[in-house]
Design a protein around this ligand. Structure first.
Ligand code: FCB
Length: 440
């Protein structure tokens, strides 16, 4: 890695991120069915119909996994607390679930790792999917109740809390594009989910503040979106797609408004009285999480219904996901967030990383592509700090190879390789490189 810890301001946080359903092993500990279990069990949705039932068995192996973070010299661990583990039907408490997160947080503190908790990283309890999931406003209040229950148990020990991970994925990717659970392709459900997941953030913020919690924020994903050519049509398509991808949530939570370019499509389908929720949605936060992976280039798709935009493949090198590698995009969003939305509020890069078809040879994993990727993106964050963004940390996605949603176990994002037959963990060369770079 061509950077070192001392290139960053004192207190800058280096960490790695995971999410509950992707690593824990959902079949353990009395967790309830989620919409990901049934989405995965439906033919054609997930590669080999794989699910998170076993995943990395982090539920039992968490001590070994936290040791890996500690041994790398990491400062923090970004994890999520599964709603369906804590409340299997979304409403009734499962003591085993609370006990697990209690043990997990204590184990982080024992190792000197700051716990960065995410309340919702996508495992909606099936019982709430049955009543319409995020298309139903009631789900936001049940989410508030979950926020209360988990915070009463571990809120005294977590360092930072994010309400929602990537609301764009929760709402748009899952209800409009149909790629994630619940796999809908429906404009009306999308408009409602786009609002209700934003409201869920506001409701959770209110509940957290009601308990006197500080250091509360949200994690948004950003996708660099630009016109594929010089035409006025492509420029307009990029404005619309950028508003959908990159403006809807940040404008709602910082300004209390939704972009007109997106309301142009959603307005007839928005829930009645949505305007009345915007004050709760835009209450003060303490930090912003930025997840960033790639870019997209777009053109107009004349004759197609709103948003009438189509992707045009770019020509940059790609990861195993087929995602173009574009570190400049991270600098773009960090400086854009500071300039247009959050000013001096702390920003954390809460996810950045790449998948590669890594293999273990003679006991080690050689992944120079990932080392380069991380170095380039960390340096983009460093440049953003020099350009005025208050970036206070960088979390690699992910600590472990894990359940990559619709791609099952095929796409390896980890700095630590996981053999999904034996569950053996093998730190990759990039893990050792990052460890050397951030050594004190
Ligand atoms: C993000 C998700 C995370 C992981 C990475 C690759 O969108 O937050 O769970 O799947 O992408």
């Amino acid at each position: 890695m061509n950077f070192k810890r001392t290139d960053f301001p004192p207190g800058f946080v280096f960490g790695a991120a995971t999410a509950a359903y992707q690593i824990e092993g959902h079949k353990f500990g009395g967790a309830g069915s989620t919409h990901w279990d049934t989405f995965a069990a439906t033919p054609g949705n997930v590669i080999r119909a794989e699910d998170g039932a076993l995943a990395c068995d982090h539920y039992h192996r968490y001590a070994e996994d936290l040791d890996l973070l500690k041994d790398a010299g990491m400062d923090a661990y970004r994890f999520s607390t599964s709603w369906a583990r804590v409340m299997p039907d979304g409403r009734t408490v499962n003591a085993q679930g609370l006990d697990f997160y209690d043990r997990l947080v204590d184990a982080m503190l024992e190792r000197g790792l700051k716990p960065f908790q995410t309340l919702y990283h996508w495992e909606l309890p099936s019982a709430l999917a049955d009543i319409g999931g995020w298309a139903n406003r009631d789900t936001t209040q049940y989410f508030g109740d979950f926020t209360d229950v988990i915070t009463d148990r571990i809120g005294d020990r977590v360092h930072a809390i994010a309400t929602i991970n990537e609301p764009w994925c929760v709402a748009y990717l899952s209800h409009f594009l149909g790629h994630h659970a619940p796999g809908l392709r429906d404009l009306r459900a999308t408009a409602r989910a786009m609002h209700h997941i934003t409201l869920a953030h506001g409701v959770a913020m209110s509940r957290l503040r009601g308990k006197g919690m500080s250091n509360c924020g949200i994690v948004l994903n950003f996708d660099h979106t630009a016109a594929a050519d010089d035409s006025a049509e492509a420029a307009q398509a990029a404005i619309v797609q950028d508003a959908i991808n990159n403006r809807w949530f940040i404008e709602a939570i910082t300004k209390g408004t939704y972009p007109a370019e997106v309301l142009a499509g959603f307005d007839p389908h928005m829930p009645d009285g949505w305007q009345d929720d915007m004050t709760q949605i835009s209450q003060k936060m303490d930090w912003l999480g930025v997840n960033y992976y790639t870019r997209h280039r777009v053109q107009a798709d004349p004759g197609a219904p709103w948003p009438a935009v189509k992707d045009v493949p770019g020509d940059l090198p790609r990861t195993q996901m087929g995602w173009e590698i574009y570190p400049e995009g991270l600098h773009h969003f960090l400086t854009r967030m500071a300039r247009d939305y959050v000013r001096d509020m702390p920003i954390f890069v809460t996810e950045n990383g790449m998948a590669w078809d890594d293999t273990v040879e003679n006991g080690s994993v050689y992944d120079p592509e990932r080392t380069q990727f991380v170095a380039d993106h960390v340096l983009a964050a460093k440049q953003a700090i020099a350009d005025g963004a208050n970036v206070q940390g960088f979390f690699y996605w992910s600590l472990l190879d894990n359940y990559e949603w619709a791609f099952g176990y095929e796409k390896r994002f980890g700095m630590v390789h996981v053999d999904f037959d034996t569950l053996k963990r093998t730190p990759k060369a990039s893990y050792h490189a990052l460890k050397a770079a951030i050594a004190r």
